[in-house]
Design a protein around this ligand. Sequence first.
Ligand SMILES: NC(=O)c1ccc[n+]([C@@H]2O[C@H](COP(=O)([O-])OP(=O)(O)OC[C@H]3O[C@@H](n4cnc5c(N)ncnc54)[C@H](O)[C@@H]3O)[C@@H](O)[C@H]2O)c1
Length: 291
Amino acid sequence: MKVAVIGAGTMGRGIAQAFAQCDEVEKVYLCDIKQEFADGGKDMVKKGFDKRIAKGKMAQEDADKILNKIQTGLNSQAVDPDLVVEAALEVMDIKKATFKELQEDIVKNPDCIFASNTSSLSITEIGNGLPKPIIGMHFFNPAPVMKLVEVIAGINTPAADVAKVVEISEKLGKTPVQVNEAPGFVVNRILVPMINEGIQVYSEGVADIEGIDSAMKLGCNHPMGPLELGDYIGLDIVLAIMDVIYKETGDSKYRACTLLRKMVRGKHLGCKTGIGFYKYENGAKTPVDKL
Ligand SMILES: NC(=O)c1ccc[n+]([C@@H]2O[C@H](COP(=O)([O-])OP(=O)(O)OC[C@H]3O[C@@H](n4cnc5c(N)ncnc54)[C@H](O)[C@@H]3O)[C@@H](O)[C@H]2O)c1
């Protein structure tokens, strides 16, 4: 099987690694808008392997075998994949335009399945106006490690595509869960409003940052508290998903907390900018007082 992964960022490079590690996959086209972005994605995979090799947890030849399957380039290299997994930006117009170009001008295999790794956007709307249907194949970060794949059917997604993507997910060693399209699907519909509520609880002064995170870790057995998890995911992503669920449902219970919006406007996005609910400096993490 040949797979094209569109976008070599956080998710794309992890998805490319997950596919390349599967024996049934012979080639992974890792694509981005610039050759150096695609190369950078592959380089991050290599760096992860180098660390494991240094610790004696991976053999060099195994790493080489996986890396040799990953071919970097622009989207135009994806001429003959059996499956496309799009992991470009979470912007509807970009996803639609990218799939349109792939379907009309690039991919020549008539049986290719076109999947999106969108976190929250409508699968039906992504496919609206395209020659071929779209399916959701939603990986979780870090993609090579996390077991879940949400397989999302839009209203026009053929049942045969759902069955095929379920089968492929299992071959990757993942556990697929079939989901009918709905804003946020399953995980983000439940998880992201919980993080938003954690931020609301903090902004009302109910408890401090570490208190909220400790309460949810010790009281609910969650591996991370909602505020540290928000920092890890990226508060811009948390806000974007809340806004999609709110816009799609019109239900005020999904309204984003104003503190979350303020932090995103100020680029306090969490781990990726070095500051969110915690400050990340020299490998240490300390809570930041925001009130
Ligand atoms: N970050 C997460 O935890 C997470 C989890 C699940 C799903 N997702 C979804 O996965 C997608 C990617 O997220 P990410 O965090 O990897 O983003 P990212 O910003 O790290 O990477 C996106 C990459 O796509 C590239 N790109 C943009 N337009 C492109 C195009 N037209 N063709 C090819 N490449 C293009 C960018 O140059 C960039 O390298 C989004 O839809 C996001 O919602 C993210």
